[in-house]
Design a protein around this ligand. Structure first.
Ligand code: F3S
Length: 645
């Protein structure tokens, strides 16, 4: 039987296990990336493990989420990250140089390689044929030390693209269409592999918009085959020699197939406050728009902003609408500036921002209360913009530009005298590289830790008894933004776990952190898809610091589930009846000897809630069980090193 493209790359990197759905496999990692929110813990853990030097072909530390240095704590973090990259041999991308995925795709992403990143949109270079997976920081730390990355072999779904995008429909509409059909849970446990005649009609950056937002489907990753479009892009970024042709075998078999006819697509928009709340733009046309932002790792490339610049050229944006353009990389800004497009946009009324994640996580450009913000981003979870009652819509750059011109949601097909700009790549991506410091140019060789940089908390070995209160009962689709928000006032404590923990789940219940500390142990209870969203390991680390020992949920999002194991919190799956039977404040006890049950491979656990008994399931590999038993991955890795394992 032939192989899918995913299987070919996995086979090339396989160090343990077999490529059978549901089996745990260990794969070798060629490249790692980390960013400023997750990076400080990555390097503190790397230091705690006593490792000397990065072992992967490429390791890159980006500073993108919080680049505004208006508090010494952020600047301290950036300086620490630069020093860690210098000491251990990673590339360092300075604050303002751009968003990790944009800078990575321009400089390092390559077909056939594996990439592990401590950011949930790490799958972005799947559009170039790289197998790129988002993971928790500790997984990245361990991979950076040369160990394999372990994952349950996902199902491989063939997303067959047919036809060609009509005028005004874009790559963003392809992924919004998939979200409309499949929902934010539709990709869980799956790798989406794109095939079909429609693939060759999409440029590599368009493909990367699609693979970027595969994360919103919950997919492990998404990948495209490589072809002339891939080679063309690599040549334009000056890395044509890294091109490798990669295609699935003709007789490859997939677990499932989805067909999207590109010619049927029209401009789409995700309404507040979930990326799968998708409707045609025409359905919400006419709604007033207070703010438009073009940018992010989804649509922040040169080729995403150029169409906006062309649509705004010699025109005036609406006076009632604030329009912001924040490119994904400084290279894109520099190129647009050299070609005069920045001036054109400014003349049209655009507020031009530095290349940063910023507004995507509520750092800067927070919308006015009870207002409408239209963004080209990938997420619109409630409150993520920095204000609780936000109304954030997600759309393509073209739909965003149409709204900027008209001051209301507008189907760009209805614009008078504005031509569809189409997709255009520059001859050469030729921005300067002064803000990307290679390991051999490192400016530091020792770690520099400011006062806000704390130690990494480590949990003791798993005990035999776990009992305590159901400290918080939550609904479906709780995001890591709910667990630890990434807004500026909170994010600046990312390297200071005791302080950061005070904000744990404060968006759900602001008494939670105090109650958890006082209870000194206890449980979280949640519905489906608990922990979806970003890869933020603080969402497990802070509950661990507060003493949480178990989470009972109907289902878990992939990265967060791994993070719970990595920080010694027992993730148990419960059915709907059990969920309904538990009230906040109930006393919960795991009846089994937990250490014994976890290490012996027991799957069903008896959970006593008040006086009733229920069954909960621990679906975990042998390796995950030993990590949990050790109290988390840091202790486990150290134990392994001591045992010579
Ligand atoms: Fe940054 Fe938002 Fe992407 S936080 S990495 S631009 S999802």
């Amino acid at each position: 039987m032939g192989q899918t493209l995913t299987e070919k790359i996995l086979d090339d990197h396989l160090v343990e296990g077999e490529l059978e759905t549901g089996e745990e496999i260990g794969i070798e990692i060629d490249q790692v990336l980390t960013q400023d929110t997750t990076g400080t813990m990555v390097w503190l853990q790397f230091e705690a493990m006593g490792l000397d030097e990065v072992q992967t072909e490429i390791a890159a530390q980006y500073c993108d989420h919080q680049t505004y240095q208006f508090d010494f704590k952020n600047t301290d973090d950036h300086r620490f990250l630069r020093s860690a990259a210098g000491k251990y041999g990673a590339h360092f991308s300075r604050p303002g140089n751009g968003i990790c995925h944009n800078v990575h795709r321009e400089n390092f992403a390559a077909p056939g390689k594996t990439l592990l990143g401590s950011d949930s949109h790490t799958p972005t270079p799947g559009g170039l044929g790289e197998l790129a997976i988002g993971a928790g920081g500790i997984d990245v730390t361990v991979a950076m030390g040369g160990a394999p990355y372990y994952i349950e072999m996902p199902e491989i779904v063939n997303v067959r693209l047919e036809g060609e995008l009509p005028e005004w429909a874009t790559a963003k509409d392809v992924i919004l269409e998939l979200l409309r059909r499949l929902s934010v849970k539709g990709g869980v446990g799956k790798i989406l592999e794109y095939t079909g005649p429609g693939v060759e009609t999409l440029t590599a950056p368009e493909r990367m918009t699609i693979t970027n937002m595969g994360t919103e489907l919950g997919a492990t990753t998404s990948i495209f085959p490589t072809d002339e479009q891939t080679e063309d892009y690599l040549e334009r970024v000056g890395r044509g020699d890294e091109y490798v042709e990669l295609q699935p075998d003709e007789d490859a078999e997939y677990d499932d197939e989805i067909v999207v006819d590109l010619s049927d697509l029209e401009p789409l928009i995700a309404k507040p406050s979930m990326p799968d709340n998708v409707v045609p733009v025409s359905e919400v046309e006419g709604e007033d728009v207070d703010q438009v932002i073009v940018g992010s790792c989804t649509n922040g490339g040169y080729e995403d902003i150029l169409p906006v610049a062309k649509m705004l050229e010699d025109r005036q944006t609406s006076l009632e609408t604030e329009t912001i353009v924040a490119p994904g990389s400084k290279q894109a800004s520099e190129m647009l500036a050299r070609e005069g497009w920045v001036a054109e946009m400014m003349a049209a009324g655009v507020n031009f921002s530095e290349a940063t994640c910023g507004a995507c996580i509520g750092i800067g450009h927070v919308p006015a209360s009870d207002s409408v913000s239209l963004r080209t981003f990938n997420r619109n979870f409630e409150g993520r913009s920095g204000i609780e009652d936000d109304n954030v819509y997600l759309c393509s750059p073209e739909v965003a530009a149409a709204a900027a011109l008209e001051g209301e949601i507008t189907d760009p097909r209805n614009l008078d005298d504005v031509e569809a700009p189409g997709v255009e790549l520059p001859d050469e991506y030729d921005g300067s590289k002064t803000d990307l410091i290679a390991p051999d140019e490192a400016v530091d060789d020792e770690l520099i830790k400011g006062p806000n940089i704390g130690d990494v908390p480590i949990r003791d070995e798993l005990g035999s008894d776990i009992e305590g209160e159901a400290l918080l009962k939550m609904e479906d689709n709780i995001t890591t933004d709910h667990i630890i928000p990434a807004t500026q006032d909170i994010l600046m404590y990312r390297s200071n776990v005791p302080k950061l923990s005070e904000f744990t789940l404060s968006r759900v219940d602001d008494t939670f952190a105090d109650r958890a500390l006082e209870a000194d142990g206890g449980f979280l209870v949640a519905g489906e898809n608990y922990g979806q969203g970003s890869s933020r390991e603080h969402a497990a680390l802070c509950p661990m610091y507060l003493g949480i020992e178990g989470v009972l949920a109907q289902s878990f999002a992939r990265i967060h589930r791994a993070n719970l194991f990595n920080f010694g919190i027992v993730p148990l799956t419960i059915d709907e009846d059990t969920y309904e039977s538990i009230d906040q404040g109930d006393e919960i006890e795991i009846v089994d000897d937990v250490y014994e049950a976890v290490t012996s491979g027991q799957e069903e656990f008896t959970v006593r809630v008040n006086d009733e008994e229920y069954t909960a399931t621990l679906d975990a590999s042998e390796r995950e069980r030993s990590i949990l038993a050790a109290g988390g991955k840091l202790s486990w890795t150290r134990d392994q090193a001591e045992d010579g394992g």
